[in-house]
Design a protein around this ligand. Structure first.
Ligand code: IMP
Ligand code: MG
Length: 179
């Protein structure tokens, strides 16, 4: 385990098994619909690539980048669009694939933005959900795991751009970010 971590929350095996289950649900729900799966950079990149490779139905890929945190461990409530989709989504079935829902600012902003473009549907798929921290309501249609109110890193999730490439998800020691 990385020395900056308090403990491991989800092992590589647990993540892999859960990703397969979500992929099977998406396959069933979007059969024949050729949905657009939107990866929210950078945190959901490993979840997204594992999820899409576990799916059997054809899907299309696109990417968006949003900033909400900067280098702090607390959400600011201010959401900024850094990179928009490369395609039109009018009439399409869209699934937003995100790493974690915290206060909910990011996903409520994103969902509103995408809905304003006239898609057939927009659903949310998030690997982790910190329900206790919710400020703005967000419906998570496909969820990996509920997550305690701790700062977690790994499998794409970072603290100040570190720890993203750890293959598991762990709780970051408070001493790392409370300095
Ligand atoms: P929200 O807008 O408050 O829901 O924040 C969601 C975003 O904050 C996520 O997309 C993550 O980028 C980031 N975030 C929230 N909690 C954590 C965490 O525990 N570790 C790493 N990033 C987090
Ligand atoms: Mg994110």
């Amino acid at each position: 385990m990385h020395p900056d971590l308090e403990s491991i929350l989800f092992t590589q095996e647990q993540l892999g098994a859960r990703v397969k289950e979500i992929a099977a649900r998406l396959d069933a729900d979007y059969k024949g619909k050729n949905p657009l799966l939107v990866c929210i950079l950078k945190g959901s990149v490993f979840f997204y690539t594992d999820l899409l490779r576990a799916m059997r139905e054809p899907v299309e890929m696109d990417f968006m980048s949003i900033s909400s945190y900067g280098a702090s461990a607390n959400s600011s409530g201010e959401v900024r669009l850094l990179k928009d989709l490369g395609c039109k989504i009018e009439g399409r079935d869209v699934v937003i694939v995100e790493d974690i829902v915290d206060a909910g600012y990011t996903l409520s902003y994103l969902k509103r933005l995408l809905l304003s473009r006239g898609p057939a549907s927009v659903r949310i798929c998030a690997l982790l959900d910190k329900l206790e921290r919710r400020v703005v309501p967000v419906d998570v249609d496909y969820k990996g795991f509920d997550c305690a109110d701790e700062f977690v890193v790994g499998y794409g999730l970072d603290y100040a751009e570190r720890y993203r490439t750890l293959p598991y998800i762990g709780i970051l020691k408070r001493s790392v970010y409370e300095k």
